[in-house]
Design a binder for this molecule. Structure first.
Ligand SMILES: Nc1ncnc2c1ncn2[C@@H]1O[C@H](COP(=O)(O)OP(=O)(O)OP(=O)(O)O)[C@@H](O)[C@H]1O
Length: 627
């Protein structure tokens, strides 16, 4: 592989970067890139990875590490890098979630964790619900020494774990607690570590244990720093106390160049413990250069203008951004719809979507229906009326066992599984073939350059597909048949080998969760399908209109977004001026490339609590239309 000289390097897959993005790309030290929606922050990270790898600034065997919050963001970034540089370079780009990364450290070095905090091997993953935290705090209060009662009583279930456990650095040797808060945190740890029959650790705890490991063993920390001279953190505004502290212990004070990108105005995870001072702390702790970007490559100029009105409500000093995308629609780019009943709203929406697709030659996946929360309720209201016009709604936030549809579709195992089935259903699926053959080489641990093993693996795949094709050709897509097919895919791939191959499954039950969701969702995709191709289309959401919460829509973009439920009921927790609510509204609005519709329905609720959101739209010149 020929290296490119740094001064000759050009971006891949896009024409150019904005001047400040070039400056950020070439930074040798730590940098924070702060930019609004559609500025190309994720694209910038992908380009910087390619730049570092292709120019040899990150030479073999060193790697670039990208840490994201959500698994789909991590896989999206990895896919962008794979698309833009050859495999021998892109395989030195590691893209993981914070959770997967810290968990893999704990799993690898579990026996080295200081004895006072060491979990059982194996351990379970816990997802403490609000009610459980609440009962735990009640018990802690009952058992607290008199002098700490008031302090323990002041701890709330909503943020106890994220704000307090997450911010508590574990001392190497567990001391006697000195305060009510420490007393409660220690009890929390005792409950998780001492759970029967195995320790039950939440991801916050895993994060804390990973941080403790690095602090206790400087040589592990050093090895990490050497492996990853370049580190990226996407969506930095959502960094929690625990995650920030981990980053600091892992890479603070070293020579690693950490690039943090994000947008303060899209901070919608404060409820989950995002620290509001993350960028400022980072700038100080990592002596990072701050580089703002001002372009918006996503939204048309008219939408960028509306976004700016909302941005100013969040931050009066917000700079206007420069729209780089052209407007492609006639008429209004944004509207508020006002309907008397949910039935009328759904009927109008369905007809409008059908007409718009016909006039503009668009497909269902160009649109997204966004909601504040409870997407299942909106699915119940909208799915049937949309079906009457032959539109299929797809609830991406739908729960599948212990995961969601959206997470399943970005899961590595699920992607390989569905690609195998695609190859079973048709011979014309070159992308699926490429994905499966590359994955199988990894799963069978074939060393690169081992031609004999490569040929054997390809023959194995071909033989499996021959059997699979014959079977799929002779059986219709029924729920029963999906079970049999999923079993064959699992047996062929060898679940234990899949677990060994991919870091995210290194231990714990993530793979089991995904396998279970894969089987469930495949079975649910069969009814109504007349061919396996249709069943797999249903599985992947081809030809369906996605419905999801604003949280799930982060980082995504659509030609048109329709936000349903701009009313007091959906926004029951919103208080005027509350930055988190405004930021949620901003995230929803800024997913749109060409058009944004906000739907208010009188039957759903009033519009007092959300009056300021309507006012912002009015200020931005968005008209209200009765439907
Ligand atoms: N330099 C560029 N030239 C052309 N298009 C670009 C460029 N950078 C990004 N894009 C495109 O602009 C869109 C937005 O990019 P991206 O998703 O990286 O933005 P972002 O800043 O991460 O957005 P957000 O914070 O809103 O999720 C994508 O379609 C991307 O392909």
């Amino acid at each position: 592989m020929m290296l490119v000289r740094a001064q000759d390097w050009r971006p891949r897959g896009i024409d150019d970067l904005e001047p400040d993005a070039w400056r950020a790309l070439r930074q040798t030290g730590s940098t924070c890139v702060v930019a609004g929606p559609g500025a190309g922050k994720t694209e910038f990270l992908a380009q910087r990875a390619v730049y570092l790898l292709e120019t040899g600034l990150c030479p073999a065997p060193y790697r670039v590490l990208a840490i994201s919050f959500k698994s789909d963001a991590a896989s999206n970034l990895a896919a962008r890098v794979r698309k833009r540089c050859p495999p021998e370079l892109s395989n030195r780009f590691t893209s993981l979630t914070f959770d997967a990364f810290t968990k893999s450290l704990v799993d690898r070095f579990l026996t080295a964790i200081p004895a006072d905090w060491r979990p059982s091997h194996p351990y379970d993953i816990a997802f403490p619900a609000f009610r459980q935290v609440s009962s735990f705090l009640d018990l802690a209060r009952l058992n607290a020494p008199e002098e700490w009662l008031a302090e323990v009583a002041g701890l709330g279930a909503g943020n106890f774990e994220s704000r307090h456990v997450g911010a508590y650095r574990l001392p190497i040797v567990r001391p006697a607690p000195q305060t009510g808060k420490e007393f409660t945190i220690h009890r929390w740890w005792s409950d998780q570590l001492g759970a029967q029959p195995r320790s039950a650790l939440s991801f916050v705890s895993l994060n804390r244990l990973a941080e403790l490991l690095l602090r206790s063993y400087p040589h592990i920390r050093r090895a990490l720093q050497l492996t990853y001279p370049f580190v990226f953190v996407d969506e930095f505004q959502d960094t929690t106390y625990a995650q920030y502290d981990f980053l600091l212990s892992a890479f603070g004070g070293a020579n690693n160049a950490v690039t943090a990108v994000g947008d303060d105005k899209q901070r919608i995870m404060t409820w989950a413990g995002a620290r509001i001072d993350a960028f400022d702390r980072f700038a100080t702790d990592f002596t990072a250069v701050r580089i703002p970007l001002l372009f918006n490559f996503r939204s048309s100029p008219d939408l960028v203008h509306i976004q700016h009105v909302v941005a100013r409500a969040l931050d009066p000093t917000a700079m206007p951004t420069i729209a780089r995308a052209a407007r492609q629609v006639d008429g209004e780019v944004a509207q508020v719809w006002h309907s008397p009943t949910t039935a009328r709203e759904a009927e109008h929406l369905a007809q409008w979507l059908v007409d718009d697709m016909a006039i503009r030659g668009r497909v269902p996946r160009d649109y997204a229906i966004l909601v504040k929360q409870k997407s299942d309720d909106f699915e119940a209201d909208l799915a049937a009326p949309l079906a009457l016009t032959a539109l299929r709604l797809r609830n991406e936030s739908h729960t599948l066992g212990r995961t969601t549809l959206q997470d399943l579709l970005s899961d590595t195992f699920a992607k390989i599984g569905v690609a195998l089935l695609r190859l079973g259903a048709t011979r014309r699926a070159p992308d699926a073939w490429q994905l499966c053959s590359a994955a199988l080489l990894e799963i069978r641990a074939v060393a690169s350059g081992d031609d004999v093993a490569e040929a054997r693996t390809e023959a194995e795949l071909t033989a499996f597909l021959t059997t699979l094709r014959a079977e799929m050709a002779n059986t219709p897509p029924t729920v029963e048949n999906t079970v049999a097919l999923a079993d064959q895919v699992l047996a062929f791939l060898d679940v234990a080998a899949v677990a060994r191959t991919y870091l995210e499954y290194a231990s714990g039950d993530l793979l089991a969760i995904m396998v279970d969701a894969f089987q469930q969702h495949l079975a649910a995709s069969a009814p109504g399908a007349t061919t396996w191709g249709e069943c797999l289309d249903a599985f992947e959401g081809v030809g369906q209109i996605p419905l999801m919460t604003v949280h799930k829509s982060k980082g995504l973009e659509y030609d048109t977004i329709v936000f349903v439920g701009l009313d007091d009921q959906a926004w029951w927790a919103h208080r005027p001026g509350d930055p988190e609510g405004l930021a949620t509204f901003f995230v929803a609005l800024s997913r749109a490339k060409q058009r944004a519709i906000f739907s208010f329905c009188r039957e759903r609720g009033r519009r007092q609590r959300v009056a300021e959101l309507f006012q912002l739209l009015t200020d931005a010149g968005v008209p209200e239309v009765a439907i």
